[in-house]
Design a protein around this ligand. Structure first.
Ligand SMILES: Cc1cc2nc3c(=O)[nH]c(=O)nc-3n(C[C@H](O)[C@H](O)[C@H](O)COP(=O)(O)OP(=O)(O)OC[C@H]3O[C@@H](n4cnc5c(N)ncnc54)[C@H](O)[C@@H]3O)c2cc1C
Ligand SMILES: *[C@@H]1O[C@H](CO)[C@@H](O)[C@H](O)[C@H]1NC(C)=O
Ligand SMILES: *[C@@H]1O[C@H](CO)[C@@H](O)[C@H](O)[C@H]1NC(C)=O
Ligand SMILES: *[C@@H]1O[C@H](CO)[C@@H](O)[C@H](O)[C@H]1NC(C)=O
Ligand SMILES: *[C@@H]1O[C@H](CO)[C@@H](O)[C@H](O)[C@H]1NC(C)=O
Ligand SMILES: *[C@@H]1O[C@H](CO)[C@@H](O)[C@H](O)[C@H]1NC(C)=O
Length: 525
């Protein structure tokens, strides 16, 4: 009954909002294509009638649920080989009222870099995959990396230049630099070196006026906003200058699984206490899946020193030297995110861009500021006993993360955060409805045990369930007020500053998508 009542309402809301945002007509999309052809070499512009449009569109899509016959597709894909092509696309789009979506690595959890949630929206895609050069300045210990590079390519270029240089970023090598840096970039060395954005020292971007700006040109407010304020809101970032970090010649990893019978819950209880306060050189993350917890660690040091630290601080795990695997940092960056196994060469793991589109996923996130009780952990395991299609990954903060003020970058989840939870369910074929409804119910349950007011979330684990830009009372543009639903969860107190920056640099909200930051215009204060 509830379903029957709910459906038509949801349907109406979706149709209503889509009707209102489908501003550009097909005529303007023809003019848009014409405008692009005048300014950009024709082989870089794929229209729906181009022979390989579908291949180019699919090239970096990870999630088959956003590659169906009912997915809203762009009218064209521009694949710039030069900054001037991005500038031209922005100028054409603005002149003719056609919005652009920007794609770097295509890993967005909601596919917002290449699809619209509204089936009627007319939009183009700027795909930066060809702008992917990386140049390391060894004496300066910095690098310029283009947005279209993957983080695997960045890791490889950096460590091949200097085997003791590294960069803090995520754990899946095919992630694009452009989207990843735009939202933060967390991973296995963040407790020592911070997020990717903490090491960005300059950038080049194209703004809503089509201007190409560096840090000095964009000013400190905009430079602040693009480092963590979420992709697709402020312009197209073409490249980033990053400060590299130093790692020892060898690092040590382990992966230890504990089942419920092996006291997984007691060990998790201890993990919650120690993981955020271990030495910053040591990160122990946990995957909970099925009826076990897998403790996976990266230590920037030797096996013997790791064994001794674990013995002192976390003896419950019974970690011994037999668990140690020593390798270079680069080899550790090539290990699988889910189980720290290695398959193939480092080059295969870090440089391959092949996108398998066989597994569909849905993700969500939470932050934990006070330890989850033992009783709640028992219930969490019973949720996993009910259905096995998902996992949660717990990644500890603390260390360097605690030293960065919450407003230093848009990423506000700093001091006081114990760990971030990433929820992922996956399925093949038609399993989507059961998996996503299980996740939604599990996430409701978890609401009692995680951060509140607001319930914090990570913009790079994008989740449209927590809210999206829809017209308020018939107004087409998104508003600051309506954006609070997700904006304050992703950015907390930084949401307002982001919206003010947005108003200053893109007051007409050209760079707009389902969860872009709305402009805080004076009248809407
Ligand atoms: C398998 C997997 C593993 C992941 N692991 C981690 C992890 O370990 N740590 C972590 O922090 N995150 C992780 N993520 C999340 C990831 O960081 C985000 O999805 C990130 O936004 C992806 O960047 P992208 O360039 O690949 O995505 P895209 O889909 O290309 O872009 C994501 C968003 O940014 C915008 N955007 C893209 N490029 C630009 C640009 N150049 N300028 C402005 N806006 C742009 C897009 O329009 C879109 O809104 C993971 C995601 C997946 C799918
Ligand atoms: C698209 O097709 C053209 C010619 O058919 C080819 O030259 C080009 O490399 C193809 N591009 C991609 C990305 O497949
Ligand atoms: C590292 O980069 C520098 C430029 O800063 C270059 O001169 C040097 O040859 C590179 N070294 C290697 C091993 O690639
Ligand atoms: C871990 O070690 C302790 C002693 O240090 C021992 O009592 C316990 O049984 C061990 N647990 C497992 C699962 O090996
Ligand atoms: C578990 O999965 C089954 C089949 O996939 C489904 O029928 C059931 O509703 C799911 N249970 C929960 C609690 O979501
Ligand atoms: C709609 O937007 C206009 C200005 O763009 C504003 O004057 C008006 O108050 C808004 N209406 C509502 C209901 O928000």
């Amino acid at each position: 009954m509830a379903m029957l009542k709910g459906l038509p309402l949801a349907f109406l809301v979706i149709c209503f909002s889509c009707y209102l945002i489908s501003v550009p007509s097909l005529a303007s999309s023809d003019e848009f294509l014409q405008c692009l052809r005048e300014k950009i070499p024709s082989e870089l512009v794929y229209t729906q009638s181009s022979g390989n449009f579908t291949d180019v569109l699919a090239s970096s899509i990870k999630n088959p649920k956003f590659f169906t016959t009912s997915t809203a597709r762009p009218v064209c894909i521009v694949t710039p080989s030069d900054a001037s092509h991005v500038q031209a696309a922005v100028l054409c789009g603005r002149k003719l009222g056609v919005r652009l979506r920007v794609r770097s690595g295509g890993h967005d959890y909601e596919g917002l870099s290449y699809r619209s949630a509204c089936p009627y929206e007319v939009f183009g895609v700027v795909d930066l995959a060809s702008l992917r050069s990386i140049s390391v300045d060894r004496p300066d210990s910095t690098a310029w990396v283009d947005s279209g590079a993957t983080i695997g390519e960045l890791y490889y270029a950096v460590a091949k230049n200097d085997s003791q240089a590294a960069f803090p970023a995520g754990e899946c090598p095919t992630i694009g630099v452009g989207g990843h840096f735009s939202g933060g970039g967390l991973g296995m060395i963040m407790r020592k070196h911070g997020l990717s954005i903490d090491k960005v020292v300059d950038a080049r971007m194209v703004n809503a006026d089509g201007d190409l700006l560096d840090r000095a040109g964009m000013g400190e407010d905009l430079f602040w906003a693009i480092r963590g304020g979420g992709g697709g809101s402020f312009g197209v970032v073409l490249s980033w200058k990053v400060q590299l970090v130093q790692v020892p010649p060898a690092v040590t990893v382990f992966s230890i699984a504990k089942t419920l019978d092996q006291c997984a819950i007691d060990i998790l209880m201890k993990w919650q206490d120690v993981a955020p306060s271990l030495p910053a050189d040591l990160t122990v993350r946990v995957k909970v899946q099925g009826q076990q917890a897998v403790f996976m660690a990266l230590y920037l040091g030797t096996c013997s020193s790791l064994v001794s630290t674990m013995g002192d601080r976390f003896p419950e795990l019974n970690m011994t030297s037999a668990d140690c695997r020593s390798m270079t940092w680069l080899e550790s960056a090539a290990l699988s995110f889910t189980d720290m196994s290695s398959t193939g060469t480092v080059e295969d793991a870090l440089l391959s861009r092949a996108s398998g589109m066989s597994i569909a996923t849905k993700g969500k996130s939470d932050y934990v500021r006070s330890p989850i009780s033992k009783n709640a952990w028992k219930k969490i395991f019973s949720w996993f006993a009910m259905n096995g299609s998902g996992l949660i990954m717990l990644e500890p903060h603390g260390g360097f993360m605690d030293t960065v003020p919450a407003d230093a970058t848009p990423y506000p989840h700093r001091s006081g955060v114990l760990y971030v939870i990433q929820y992922i369910v996956f399925w093949q074929g038609d399993g989507g409805a059961a998996s996503t409804s299980w996740l939604a119910k599990f996430y409701d349950f978890m609401g009692h045990h995680v951060s509140k007011n607001p319930r914090q979330a990570y913009v790079n684990f994008r989740d449209l369930d927590i809210g999206q830009n829809v017209p308020v009372n018939g107004n087409v543009s998104s508003t600051f007020e309506s954006g609070k639903a997700w904006g304050e969860r992703y950015f907390m107190g930084n949401y307002q500053r982001l919206a003010s920056v947005k108003a200053a640099v893109d007051p007409t909200d050209y760079f707009r998508h389902e969860q872009s930051v709305p402009p805080l215009l004076q009248r809407s204060k």
